[in-house]
Design a binder for this molecule. Structure first.
Ligand code: GLN
Length: 200
């Protein structure tokens, strides 16, 4: 077996520890990333859930936004959950005016898309070619409102007012989910990402 890849978790804000745990359980060596030098040393990066507006402000303050953009442009595998999905999107709706992103995913992501009544909920979603659906936890979650031609849709909501909305995507080595697999103990999304980091 090839050695465990080193996967960073962007550790500026958000549910960093949960991703570290899930990555280690999925066979990666997880490290925290707060500085450009730490970013340069990872094979892949998780952008956690949290609050995208705060996270991006901190990324600017820590001189990380440009290095993040550069590594994503150069092909570093990255996985964003929830706020992380917002950060990896090329375009956002309902962001604060001028909210920059890291980008890389050719998508329009709507923040807090599921509205007030249902802004936190759980649902089973079919994901990619997994046999069994994932139990997905949505917390003030975004959805993907428009996806470019190179974006592969991995999961959609089934039923309810958000029926058909896109909640997981892949484009090359970039992966994003509206929901939080790091909170459920189900490792299949992190397994998938670690396979992408290994070149799968
Ligand atoms: N659970 C989350 O990550 C929420 C995301 C948050 N609503 C944002 O736009 O950043």
């Amino acid at each position: 077996m090839t050695p465990a890849p080193t996967v960073g978790v962007l550790a500026l804000q958000g549910d960093v520890r949960e991703h570290v745990r899930a990555l280690e359980a999925a066979g990666a060596r997880a490290v925290l990333v707060r500085r450009p030098g730490e970013l340069a040393a990872v094979d892949g990066l998780v952008v956690p859930g949290g609050e995208s507006t705060t996270m991006v402000k901190l990324a600017v303050a820590f001189d990380l936004l440009e290095p993040l953009r550069e590594r994503v442009r150069e092909g570093m595998p990255a996985y964003g959950s929830c706020a992380g999905m917002v950060l990896l999107a090329d375009r956002i709706a309902d962001g604060v005016p001028g909210q920059p992103t890291v980008g890389g995913l050719d998508v329009l992501v709507r923040r807090n898309a599921f509205g007030r009544q249902v802004d936190s909920f759980e649902a089973d979603v079919a994901y990619g070619d997994l046999d069994e659906p994932l139990h997905a936890v949505f917390i003030r979650a975004p959805w993907v409102e428009e996806a470019g031609p190179r974006v592969e849709v991995l999961a959609r909501v089934v039923g309810g007012p958000a029926d058909g909305r896109i909640v997981a995507v892949r484009q090359g080595r970039l992966l994003a989910t509206s929901f939080h697999p790091e909170l459920t103990g189900d490792l299949r999304v992190h397994d998938h990402f670690v396979r992408v980091v290994r070149g799968g």
